[in-house]
Design a binder for this molecule. Structure first.
Ligand SMILES: Nc1ncnc2c1ncn2[C@@H]1O[C@H](COP(=O)(O)OP(=O)(O)OP(=O)(O)O)[C@@H](O)[C@H]1O
Ligand SMILES: [Mg+2]
Length: 369
């Protein structure tokens, strides 16, 4: 048994296993196996905090490497374009061989490169991002490798994203073997999609990370607990899997406390589960929900609180007008805002529900306080 704990609740780490995202990974693998410009080669991933965007990007980068691509996983920010070039140079270098020209007795790289994927001083100082990326793609292409870009934490109105998007489109036009995945919060991505220069993203494959199906959580818990020598009976396992409600961060948190509160060879009993669940939910409140709700206005919060009264059941839009004492138009506009923010969904016409069910219970608890 390794010393790395199985359950590691935190942000941005690689989980022991990616549970229940087979569809997304399969679609991405298909995209990589198909042609440049295929829809599954430009993917936009949205999901609330803790829904597993970063974890998925880590896995997709590995999948890309396996499929013959050199992956560059970067975070959106001022140094993003440089980071992409640096990463591709570093990760791509082992695949590029210098052509030796024995007659002249020195090793000559491709034009613009001094050796491997390292630019000549001139190329480094005078070429822009587009030229550099294109040169790297070409050189890697000669070595039979594609380039897979994975951008995390996409920000709106970001100059590097605009530049990246334009360059990507141009390279696709030139049939360069390239693919791109971008991930961000739902509200941010919908803002990004409205920018004129980024219209190509509207044609990208959009994947909204919803909850992980409970059977997948259950199956994972069953094998994970077995691996670390914890016994659990079926009804308790069912309850644990259901309590997660498909939220990856909670899957990790609850698993963590269940392990913390038992020793190897112990049975996870019903009271232990209750205690672990309490601890997990307390931590969830502090670390996740607070941050999720911070950007919201007072009226947004009133709206969500009015929904939370239904204790996990879907809310009828008509009831909201009554509870809030507002017009149908008001409810409609806030409904839209909060759906775009990825906080609520409409499971059926005229009904609204929380994307992360525990958020509803959190709001109830916090308004009782
Ligand atoms: N499919 C999954 N199966 C198991 N664990 C997962 C899965 N997805 C994410 N996790 C775990 O859940 C936690 C939160 O995931 P992650 O950091 O990827 O979320 P995120 O969507 O990137 O959040 P943020 O918006 O804050 O960046 C991490 O501990 C991660 O390892
Ligand atoms: Mg993340």
């Amino acid at each position: 048994m390794s010393n790395v704990p199985i359950f590691r609740p935190s942000f941005g780490n690689r989980p022991d296993r990616i549970v229940g995202r087979e569809d997304v990974l399969q679609a991405y693998a298909n995209g990589l196996a198909s042609y440049t410009g295929s829809r599954d080669r430009s993917v936009l991933i949205t999901g609330q905090r803790g829904m597993g965007k970063t974890a998925l990007l880590l896995e997709m980068a590995d999948a890309a490497a396996e499929a013959g691509f050199v992956p560059a996983r970067v975070t959106c920010g001022p140094t993003m374009l440089d980071d992409i070039i640096d990463t591709l140079q570093r990760k791509g270098a082992p695949f590029v061989k210098d052509r030796k020209t024995p007659i002249k007795g020195f090793s000559a790289g491709a034009l613009g490169f001094s050796f491997g994927l390292t630019f000549t001083d001139e190329a480094r100082n005078s070429y822009g991002f587009r030229a550099k990326l294109e040169m790297i793609c070409e050189r890697l292409g000669d070595a039979g490798k594609g380039v897979a870009l994975l951008v995390d934490e996409v920000q709106p109105a970001s100059e590097p994203i605009r530049q990246l998007a334009t360059t990507y489109q141009e390279l696709v036009g030139d049939e360069v073997n390239i693919a791109i995945v971008m991930a961000g919060l739902p509200a941010v991505i919908s803002e990004v999609l409205e920018e004129d220069t980024l219209t190509f993203l509207n044609r990208a494959r959009k994947i909204d990370l919803g909850p992980i199906p409970t059977p997948a959580v259950r199956a994972y818990y069953a094998t994970a607990f077995k691996r670390i020598g914890r016994d659990i009976d079926d009804p308790t396992l069912d309850r644990a899997a259901e309590a997660v409600e498909g939220f990856p961060y909670l899957l990790q948190l609850l698993g963590y406390y269940l392990v913390e509160y038992t020793s190897e060879g112990d049975r996870i009993s019903e009271p232990i589960l209750s205690r672990a669940l309490d601890a997990a939910v307390t931590e969830l409140d502090a670390n996740v929900f607070g941050a999720m709700l911070r950007p919201l206005s007072r009226a947004d919060m009133d709206f969500l609180r009015a929904m939370s009264i239904d204790s996990g059941e879907p809310t009828h839009v008509g009831d909201l007008e009554e509870r809030l004492g507002v017009s149908q138009g008001h409810v409609q506009s806030y409904r839209r805002r909060l759906i775009d923010a990825g906080l609520i969904t409409s499971p059926r016409r005229g009904e609204l529900a929380f994307v992360i069910p525990q958020l509803g219970t959190y709001l109830q608890r916090s308004s009782e306080r």
